[in-house]
Ligand binder design. Structure first.
Ligand code: HEM
Length: 170
């Protein structure tokens, strides 16, 4: 059942691969405006706000919808043998909260992201491109399980894609 779900999302994964390539050619804009607890020198803003996406934020169900999405996302991650080793030992409640904050801030929902920047958050975890793509696949599965429209999913994914430069570190 899980396998089937994953296969069905392959075309969207290809779309994301395209977004990743597109993102790779644009420049990183570092803005030191976010009140993160830890900031790596030169790191990009981990939660750049896009107020024009307030409609997309609503399609995610607002902050409550994002909190529910993170419950689903963490369940999918822990059920995926590719992702479980990364997430089984971290503080689930904190990571879920910080992901919801980050996505809420990015989608113009007015939240304040209190987590670390993307370099600092992932430095200890030895993440490669396949790991990154697997996590995105799991996020797509979770978003679809929550009934989030594909257009809204892709708007968010397009904003996350450039972060691969700071998340992938091996
Ligand atoms: C665009 C992609 C990603 C985004 C936006 C993202 C976002 C985040 C955020 C907001 C946190 C919490 C920050 C903090 O601890 O202060 C976090 C933590 C974490 N992320 Fe990611 N992440 C991404 C990709 C990945 C990937 C590909 C992996 C591994 C396959 C991963 C593994 C982790 C782990 C293990 C933690 C917990 C870190 C710890 O507590 O030591 N992330 N991520």
């Amino acid at each position: 059942m899980f396998q089937n779900t994953r296969v069905r999302f392959r075309p969207v994964a290809l779309l994301l691969a395209g977004l990743l390539l597109a993102g790779a050619s644009s420049s990183v804009t570092a803005q030191d405006t976010s009140p993160t607890v830890e900031r790596t020198p030169g790191a990009a803003d981990p939660a750049p706000a896009h107020p024009e996406l307030a409609g997309v934020f609503e399609e995610f169900g607002g902050r409550a919808g994002l909190d529910a999405l993170m419950e689903e996302f963490m369940s999918v991650l822990l059920a995926d043998p590719r992702m479980r080793p990364f997430f089984e030992k971290v503080e689930h409640d904190r990571v879920k909260r910080q992901l919801a904050e980050q996505f809420c801030a990015i989608l113009g929902g007015g939240c304040v992201y209190t987590g670390r920047d993307m370099i600092a958050a992932h430095a200890a975890h030895g993440i490669d491109r396949a790991d990154f793509n697997a996590l995105v696949e799991d996020l797509q599965i979770a978003m679809s399980k929550r009934g989030i429209p594909f257009r809204a999913q892709n708007k968010l994914l397009a904003l996350l894609a450039p972060m691969h430069r700071e998340v992938i570190n091996r």
